[in-house]
Design a protein around this ligand. Structure first.
Ligand SMILES: [Zn+2]
Length: 94
């Protein structure tokens, strides 16, 4: 099992001499490159999606969104018309 609370992106950004410099951002997905005898690796969203799109990697697992994110999106959706109304009112006043 991946501990998503501590996992950091393993994507190698560059090499300095013989040292790999890794991305280190919080990891949100696990990817495996097709046909490569290495990995799988955990990566941040940016690196993981880049590898899935451009480097022939498949996403094996994703960090689950915390429930609160889903709820706040729902609240935001409900609030949106009111926010727009408020913004347009402010715009007219200025
Ligand atoms: Zn990364």
């Amino acid at each position: 099992m991946i501990d998503w609370t501590t996992a950091t992106c393993e994507e190698v950004l560059t090499m300095v001499g013989s040292i790999y410099l890794r991305c280190g951002e919080p990891a949100v997905m696990q990817v495996k490159h097709r046909g490569r005898d290495e990995g799988p690796y955990v990566m941040c969203r940016e690196c993981g999606e880049h590898n899935a799109r451009n480097r022939n990697a498949v996403v094996l697992a994703r960090k689950a969104l915390p429930k609160v994110d889903v709820i706040s999106y729902e609240i935001a959706e409900h609030l949106m018309p009111e926010v727009y109304a408020l913004l347009s009112r402010l715009e007219k006043q200025s």
